[in-house]
Design a binder for this molecule. Structure first.
Ligand SMILES: [Zn+2]
Ligand SMILES: [Zn+2]
Length: 487
């Protein structure tokens, strides 16, 4: 059994011969619409390993095999065909109708084999038994003629004993004949003894198990006959016919499953499907799968490139943003952290993930104690997140330098109001609380006289440019000391 190179406990479903790796479903690029199977690393086609590594052995699922025909469609076929088979015995030339009925059952059984071999574990619809069955029946008829002819030939020229032996061999190889017939849709391939030996050899001992099941099934039909002995009625015939139709469908399903299970050895590929449609993963999920392989290969620079491209392409994708941030922290990629961290923090703020916003900011500080946000909007947003999530100390840390660093910030008043309220909740902070409140009052007063404020701001700006501090500016420099006006 092979496993995925990147998921050591996942059975491999694909192989990239260029990279010499086996991969699971997650680790290949199925394209936008699931139209391809390519290697994420070399972008070449990968080979499907089918379900060789995944299929449950058929002897572990006998219960499922016997439940296979227990659905409305299959049961209708079994019951209707059985009733008609019993009726036609009372009809003149009934055997002609009997051939048609047998043909219908065979057609349906072969489609069960086919569908199961392709990984479809649900019985096909009745439609599978309708339609043009002449080609299939014609081929089966040719096969039967060849088999009967060769037995007759052997009996004539080599003696009865050898003919009986040949018949025994033909019975034993019958399931193999059917399986090969479905695989190749060719009578010649199906009756070729070399193909049969190869198939039986590939399956091995379980093939004998299949023969045992067939014998048990036939014996059980005999039991019905015995139970009804001397009472050869319509009911007995119908019951026998129902049992044999039911067993036929189960058997063809088991044969199909053998083909499915041994598909790797038999040079046939299919995947399991329990009736639900397989859909391609979304762009972000596929991109992330590719990035994970790149990371596991240790190609971190390439991973950064892929991540950067991905978060630009899917700016609202939570997983991609979070994984990129995690990756940058884990690899301590400071230049990239400085580029991406604020984008990520804004992303969290926009998506109202306040707890994550606070935690991510703290993570940044743990990695780099000097990490600076350089944006009053973001600092204030994080401060609010810290306040919501019960971390007053961070609120104070984030806002305390605003008046110095961002004197023109529009939200200074709400920011310092938040700070004052937070300080108020903390013990032994009454002085600082008052300072903040005074500062808020000061800012509000300034707001009431807009012309004057503008003038003073102009002055401040001018002052700064001139390398000189105006009175207003120096007042702001007195971090949080109440000024004369508001005192
Ligand atoms: Zn994998
Ligand atoms: Zn490859």
């Amino acid at each position: 059994m092979n496993y995925c190179k990147y998921h050591p406990v996942a059975p491999a479903t694909y192989a990239c011969h260029h990279c010499s790796v086996t991969l699971c479903d997650n680790c290949i690029d199925e394209g936008k619409h699931g139209e391809q199977s390519k290697c994420f690393t070399c972008e070449r086609e990968v080979e499907s390993l089918g379900s060789v590594n995944q299929a449950e052995p058929f002897w572990n699922r006998f219960d499922k095999a016997f439940r296979y025909p227990l659905n409305t469609q299959s049961l209708i076929i079994i019951i209707v065909l059985s009733l008609l088979t019993s009726v036609v015995t009372y009809v003149p030339y009934g055997f002609l109708i009997y051939i048609v009925l047998t043909g219908t059952l065979l057609k349906y059984s072969f489609s069960c084999l086919q569908e199961t071999a392709n990984g479809m574990m649900k019985a096909p619809d009745i439609i599978a038994a309708e339609g043009d069955s002449s080609s299939l029946l014609w081929k089966l008829f040719v096969m039967a003629v060849i088999v009967a002819g060769s037995i007759g030939f052997v009996s004539n020229y080599l003696g009865t004993a050898i003919a009986i032996l040949l018949s025994g061999v033909l019975v034993i190889t019958l399931p193999a004949t059917f399986i090969i017939f479905v695989m190749n849709d060719s009578v010649l391939a199906a009756i070729n003894p070399l193909n049969q030996i190869k198939l039986i050899n590939s399956i091995g001992l379980p093939y004998a198990l299949l023969l045992c099941i067939i014998m048990i099934m036939f014996a059980s039909i005999g039991v019905i006959e015995e139970a009804m002995w001397g009472n050869f009625s319509f009911l007995s015939r119908t019951l026998q016919s129902m049992a044999s139709n039911y067993y036929t469908i189960v058997l063809f399903h088991i044969m199909g499953y053998m083909l499915f299970q041994y598909q790797g050895n038999l040079g046939f590929t299919a995947r399991e499907d329990h009736g639900e449609r397989k859909t391609a993963r979304t762009g972000p999920v596929r991109t992330l799968a590719k990035i994970k392989i790149t990371v596991k290969e240790g190609r971190y620079d390439q991973a950064v490139k892929l991540f950067s491209r991905a978060v630009k392409e899917y700016p609202n994708n939570d997983t991609l943003n979070r994984e990129f941030f995690k990756f940058l922290l884990a690899t301590k990629n400071t230049p990239q952290i400085n580029k991406f961290a604020s984008v990520y923090l804004w992303f969290l703020e926009k998506n109202q993930q306040s707890y994550k916003l606070m935690m991510s900011y703290k993570q940044l500080l743990r990695e780099n104690a000097n990490y600076a946000l350089n944006s009053p909007e973001l600092s204030f947003a994080i401060a609010k997140a810290c306040e919501e999530n019960g971390d007053p100390h961070s609120v104070v840390q984030l806002i305390k330098g605003f008046h110095k660093d961002f004197p023109d910030y529009e939200e200074l008043i709400p920011a310092y109001e938040l700070m004052a309220n937070t300080l108020n909740e903390l013990p032994n902070m009454s002085k600082q609380t008052k300072q903040s409140r005074d500062y808020v009052t000061h800012l509000k007063q300034k707001q009431k006289t807009p012309e004057k404020v503008e003038l003073s701001q102009d002055k401040a700006r001018f002052g700064r440019e001139a390398g000189d501090l105006t009175p207003k500016q120096s007042e702001l420099e007195l971090s949080l000391v109440p000024n004369k006006d508001s005192a």
